[in-house]
Design a protein around this ligand. Structure first.
Ligand SMILES: Cc1ncc(COP(=O)(O)O)c(C=O)c1O
Length: 391
């Protein structure tokens, strides 16, 4: 039996009738770019996130980029994020003409380490982008405290964290703006590319709306230079349907994560993810750490288990950012993550048999490597006290 990393067909099959009807409605209405379906989705998504405004866009990358632009980030500015993220977080900063700078991640949660934040602030720093990586929110209270002290904006990269909670509230409310991706494989994914910004700030949403539509304030009257970043009507119609199923899908992901946790926690050589006490993780990705990672991934693949690696190169060491001048060793926790993470199959429709097959194959892979696997080096730089972790 093969276990895919993700199976979207299974997720879509029971909803096919609803999708077809919704897409037909968009075709009949002719509202393909922006329009009524996008406005309806914006209303639904803002309310789901507990925020006043949502702005539908073409991707999560555009959400980050337009938010930074709307906040006035530009050449000469610096924006702090973490290297343990997808390239888009830093690209959005670069595309505003600003410079990405980094702080390392916490050793337990792999999200921004708030204790390192203040050291990275310079007179040029304008904003902070914590990343809710894999579906777990960063520790937003201390991050916001530092931001307030230094007059900085906080923009959450929530592209992997739809429905995640921080201190029992939706994580979106703990930032000036939160940016979401609806790339097809996300916890809520479109039938193509889509994204959104969620915010409580009226002037910010107004500016992002204007920027996403060529800076138009009235048809063919352009108050600023913008771009075309509108969400498609068809994507909005599909996302409205999927949003109704997001909470139940996230519950299943959490149950699968609990199964993996239970089965893998005590295996020497495997470090399972930690859900912080402040967080309700939505497990977009369930990543364990182990060494030697690539050998284990190879063995699992031979046994029909499809895994992912998120991400093999931390952003500060990407070739594209060679000009920033970082050397290996600059951010040891993020670099260790890049060497050791394996993302196990994770999607709501996974069966108990499939979960067990992944667990058994992992055990066999470790056994077949004999003495080779050593327990990944424990990094004790977590800012979380042991009592604050739900292991
Ligand atoms: C953490 C993170 N940031 C940003 C993005 C960019 O989103 P999109 O692919 O919708 O542009 C992604 C998407 O994979 C992501 O995972």
């Amino acid at each position: 039996m093969k276990v895919p990393f993700l199976d979207l067909q299974l997720h879509h099959a029971p909803l096919m009738g609803e999708f077809t009807a919704a897409i037909e409605e968009v075709i009949l209405s002719g509202a393909f770019a922006g329009g009524a379906h996008v406005a309806q989705f914006e209303e639904d998504f803002a309310s789901y996130c507990g925020c006043r405004h949502a702005i539908g866009l073409g991707s999560g990358t555009e959400a980050l980029w337009l938010t930074l632009l709307a906040l006035g980030v530009g050449p000469g500015d610096e924006v702090i994020t973490t290297p343990n993220t997808f390239m888009a977080t830093a690209e959005a900063i670069t595309y505003c003409g600003a410079k990405p700078t980094f702080v390392d991640v916490d050793a337990a949660t792999h999200t921004m380490n708030p204790e390192e934040l203040e050291n990275a602030i310079t007179p040029r720093t304008k904003a902070i982008i914590p990343v809710h990586i894999f579906g777990q929110p960063a520790d937003m209270d201390p991050i916001q405290e530092v931001a307030r002290k230094h007059g900085l904006f906080v923009i959450a990269d929530a592209c992997q964290a739809h429905g995640a909670q921080y201190k029992e509230q939706k994580a979106a409310i703990f930032a000036d703006a939160s940016c979401y991706s609806f790339y097809p494989g996300k916890n809520i994914g479109a039938f193509g590319e889509a994204g959104a910004v969620v915010t409580d700030r009226p002037e910010l949403q107004e500016k992002i709306r204007t920027l996403r539509d060529h800076g138009q304030v009235r048809k063919y009257h352009h108050a600023m230079v913008g771009w075309n970043c509108r969400m498609d009507g068809i994507q909005a119609a599909v996302l409205r349907i999927k949003l109704r199923h997001l909470d139940s899908a996230n519950l299943l992901r959490r149950a699968h994560a609990a199964h993996y946790d239970q089965a893998l926690r005590d295996i020497v050589g495997i470090v399972t993810p930690v859900e912080a006490a402040y967080a309700r993780h939505v497990y977009h990705v369930y990543a364990i750490r182990l060494h030697p990672r690539d050998e284990v991934v190879g063995i699992l693949k031979k046994n029909g288990i499809e895994c992912g690696i998120h991400y093999p190169v931390p952003v500060h060491l990407q070739e594209a950012y060679g000009s920033l001048g970082y050397e290996p060793g600059a951010f040891p926790v993020a670099e260790q993550c890049a060497r050791e993470f394996i993302s196990l199959p994770m999607f709501p429709e996974l069966t108990k048999e499939q979960l067990e097959q992944v667990v058994q194959s992992l055990k066999m892979a470790l056994e077949s490597l004999g003495d080779q696997p050593t327990e990944p080096q424990k990094n004790n730089r977590s800012s979380l006290p042991a009592s604050a972790r739900q292991v």
